[in-house]
Ligand binder design. Structure first.
Ligand SMILES: Nc1ncnc2c1ncn2[C@@H]1O[C@H](COP(=O)(O)OP(=O)(O)O)[C@@H](O)[C@H]1O
Ligand SMILES: C=C(OP(=O)(O)O)C(=O)O
Ligand SMILES: [Mn+2]
Length: 537
């Protein structure tokens, strides 16, 4: 395998090709003398290396394109004026041009090639080859994707190739119909991705997630933007859907349970399986006391991004001067209790509890609502939350949004397809769904991690179904009025306002937004039938 041939990709004149480097080699490469600009990694007091990712410290959805061809034309959920999404169409000519830019950037260089899997299920996993010129990018990939065994590496045949040319620019982007000098372009037919002018690792991670979101539902497998964990015996799986910053990583990392994965999962007839081999946690304001497992995962081999570190390697997790989206990637075995230790792979049986995390910036949603089957479909398709600062370019404060299936930016097919697959699986396992607000309430502050953890515990141990409940107006949510370990004063959101009429006013406004947003699903009978499960004025 020493002589990996990249000329078949048009990449010629390679000075050196380092394939699947060890962590030891990566450490040397990313901290060695002579590196320049954003290539430089700095060793920190916790042993993890920190890097700066440049202008792009979050994903850039406006620069995401998919080649429109015979194959993708009628399957991909394209953006339209009536319903905008992030699936912008690129022509085949544009594809040829951006691929050429990427390949030229990668010619005559020392390169890193990382071969890895996306998907823990051997029958449906994608073998991905990443070609990059920056050592820490190779490190990020090794942390986040599933490492092949020596034997698997020997016989590795990529199903998908990613060309990361973060140092290049698309100068003639206007001519090519692109949005800027930055481009993240997918070719579903040739199974390739090109990344130009952004160093943010999330484009590779969420890029392959988007591709799984295309291929898996077409095979009858649910593909989900959620975290997952199970009990200590590897059973009783729970999944946590949520847009960036709503708490998937924080809440699935639970010392009482085993982690399956923190962000991207499939659900097939055997159960829930992780797509990834590692986690990508936010570290802004990271507090050792409230998130000890994440804190302890930050050690040698973990990779910090955009964190403020002084000349002696001392970390300041509270500093937001570069971005609020400071991150750490680490291989999943940096977490003490993981599902693969008892289940062999990062997987668990069919989920029994399905939790929708929503960070409501309006302070209207109760901290926990028990959903009916119809409400489950309605709230999944609605995907209401707030986009939190940082993960996407241009978002600087909590911004309310309806992100279908709690992951619209990564959906390649129509949202109803994901809802259909999820509901099929939930019906089969008899799973119950809950809507959990990890955002704000009438106090003007975010609900505490402690209270949210108490709520999650009550869902997972069944207490929530034994608790006395009441109904919340407009939304018809059933909410518990007391739960062990949770401040009873917050369970009815109206109690967190000086005057309940303040809540009422905001609730009416939010209900209206739901109704308006849902009109896009009312074009068919199934959509129309769900309206009754939504808010009413
Ligand atoms: N009640 C809460 N529940 C979950 N996370 C919270 C809560 N309050 C504040 N946070 C913070 O919000 C962020 C959640 O981010 P994260 O778990 O990485 O989300 P995701 O994985 O869904 O992108 C963390 O920085 C966490 O400390
Ligand atoms: C890395 C990302 O995911 P999350 O914030 O959900 O962890 C992202 O959306 O770019
Ligand atoms: Mn996360």
């Amino acid at each position: 395998m020493a002589n990996l041939d990249l000329t078949k990709y048009g990449i010629t004149g390679s000075v050196e090709i380092i394939r699947n480097p060890s962590y030891e080699e990566l450490f040397k490469e990313e901290t060695k003398a002579g590196l320049e600009g954003f290539e430089v990694g700095q060793e920190t007091e916790l042993g993890a290396v920190n890097v700066m990712t440049g202008i792009y410290t979050g994903r850039s959805p406006k620069d995401k394109f998919i080649v429109m061809d015979e194959n993708s034309k009628d399957t991909v959920w394209w953006t339209t004026d009536e319903y905008k999404n992030d699936n912008h169409a690129a022509s085949k000519e544009t594809w040829d041009a951006v691929k050429k830019i990427a390949v030229e950037e990668l010619c005559n260089k020392k390169l890193f090639v990382v071969d890895a899997f996306c998907g823990a299920n051997k029958d449906t996993r994608m073998a991905v080859r990443f070609i990059v010129e920056v050592a820490w990018q190779a490190h990020f990939i090794e942390n986040m994707f599933i490492k092949p065994t020596a034997e698997e590496l020997e016989n590795f045949e990529p199903d998908f190739v990613v060309y990361n040319a973060s140092k290049a620019k698309v100068e003639n982007y206007k001519e090519l119909g692109l949005n800027s000098e930055t481009a993240v372009v997918f070719n579903i037919t040739s199974r390739e991705q090109v990344i130009i002018n952004t160093w943010y690792g999330g484009e590779m991670k969420k890029g392959m997630f988007s591709m799984m979101n295309y291929y898996l539902p077409l095979k009858g497998i649910a593909s989900m933007h959620c975290s997952a964990n199970c009990d200590m015996d590897g059973k009783h799986t729970a999944i946590f859907f949520g847009l960036s910053g709503t708490g998937k990583t924080t809440l699935s990392t639970d010392p009482k349970r085993r982690l399956i994965g923190d962000d991207e999962h499939g659900w097939d007839d055997n159960g829930v399986f992780n797509f990834e081999g590692g986690c990508y946690a936010k570290v802004i304001g990271l507090d050792k006391e409230s998130e000890p497992d994440i804190y302890n995962a930050i050690k040698r081999d973990a990779l910090l991004e955009n964190v403020t570190v002084d000349a002696n390697g001392k970390i300041d997790f509270d500093d937001k001067s570069v971005t609020e989206n400071t991150r750490v990637s680490y291989p999943i075995d940096h977490i003490n209790n993981i599902a693969s230790e008892v289940n062999g792979v990062s997987a668990g049986p069919a989920a029994e509890n399905v939790i929708f995390l929503s960070a409501d910036a309006f302070g209207v949603l109760p901290p926990v609502s028990i959903l009916t089957a119809e409400q489950t479909k309605y709230y999944f398709l609605s995907g209401f939350t707030a986009k939190l600062a940082g993960t996407e370019r241009g978002i600087t404060e909590p911004t309310p949004t309806f992100s279908a299936c709690f992951g619209q930016a990564f959906l390649e097919l129509h949202p109803t397809k994901y809802a259909e697959e999820l509901v099929k699986k939930m019906e089969k396992s008899g799973a119950k769904a809950y809507l959990v607000n990890t955002g704000w309430n009438g106090t003007g502050k975010r609900i505490s991690i402690k209270d949210t953890r108490g709520i999650i515990d009550a869902i997972l141990n069944g207490d929530v179904l034994k608790a006395p409940t009441k109904k919340i107006p407009f939304f018809d949510f059933e909410v518990p009025t007391e739960l062990p370990g949770v401040d009873s004063g917050i369970l009815d959101p109206r109690d967190t306002y000086a005057n309940a009429s303040e809540w009422e006013e905001k609730a009416k406004d939010l209900a209206n937004r739901f109704i308006k947003n849902f009109s896009k699903y009312e074009g068919n009978e199934a959509g129309k039938a769900l309206v009754a499960a939504g808010p009413k004025l």
